[in-house]
Design a protein. Sequence first.
Lengths: 147, 325
Amino acid sequence: MIGLAYALSGSRSVAEDLAQDAFLAAHKNWDKVGRYDKPGAWVRRVVANMSVSQFRRKVREAKALARMRSDEAILPALPAEDEEFWRAVRALPKRQAQAIALHYLEDRSVVDIAEILECAEGTVKVHLFKGRRSLAKRLGLEIGEAS
Amino acid sequence: MTTLDARARRASQAIAQSVEAGAPFVPFDAVARRHLWNQLGNAVAAGALIVAFLFVGAFLRGSDPEPEVTDVEPEPVVEEVVPVVPEPSKPAPVDRGDSAPATTPPPSGNPVVPPVMVDPGDVAPPTTIEEDTTPPDITITSPQDGEHVAEKMVKFTGTTEPGATVAAGRYVADVDSAGNWSIVLVLSPGANGARFSATDAAGNAASARITVHYDVAPPPPPPPPEDDGGDKEPKPPKVGFTAHAKYGSCESSPPFDVYWGTAKPGSTVSIISEYGSGSVRADDDGDWEVKVHFPEAPKGEVFVVKVKDEFGHKKTFEFVSHAKT
């Protein structure tokens, strides 16, 4: 969950905060969330939506930076090449970025992603197709499995 | 060449390693506690912000900004002197409004004495100055009040205190050193009220008023029309008021009627009813005709239409609509 938040928000200091808030929201709404078939999908949706929200992300970043004075650890930085990849993901349209992150980071199937993002499987396929095409073009890569 | 999927897999692994190497697992209780503290902190911050805004608002409303202090020369001190009001030695002239020369009204109320500027460096004792509080005399010698004149432009003359200024509204009169004043004003036909005010150097003012009538001579009669040598007799103008209604009812939609007749040439004839009105100007021969629509007239209901001229002549007609809707 933290990884998803990290990939989509791009902020190490914010990722943990987002994940915690998502779990707290699930805890507070457990009467409702607990009745879902897959509560985890609900939490992931909350994380994914909060991570791509610019305004919320800025607020959380400010709060997280304020806490950096304490001795709490934060996530280590990514290698430059990987950071560039996730920056390109974050530059995609919101829905495409969420689908790509869930697909690569959590190895989710199209069915799972559709359930998490509450959209049709066909829509997820379109998001993945367009997102991967844009990423390949932006990063100068070929689409497809490495030989 | 590296493929997108291979690159994405490496980037995903980097994220996973970063998360594993990052913050240790935080017990849920600790997270909940921190969340609670966060909420409390937010509430306190919001409260502090509101209080700060209230303080700033109260400060801005209540405080008078101090003027900037700059290096300037000290201003002379203004010292007020108690005025010495002289007893009036004679009754002041008043504006009587009759044919006698108009004179000044008596002074009334407490006179206003301007402050005296005293140099602060002056060591001499302050001097008390007697102020002139007597309003200047003003009389109108020509024309007389109520006089009838035949000229549009009339020269008004009179006398006042030497050195005083005389004005009629915003027009200033010429005043010589002896206090004789004159001004030429343009009159309107009929009665003209003229008010002249005199103001002396001390600012005391008085006024006088007269009424002059400008009698306009009647215009000369128009020359008789030239005989064109034709056989036709000149047609006398129709000046009598007559009115007629052409239909009285109508099946058209909107319903209308045509009214016609005679009236004084150039005068206006009005057609008035509850459901439609109109007006027309009589031509040079005194003929007039006008079509008036009654768009709101109820079908089958008879109503009254009044036709009248400017001079109070009138005639009434009835109208009924049979408009096919």
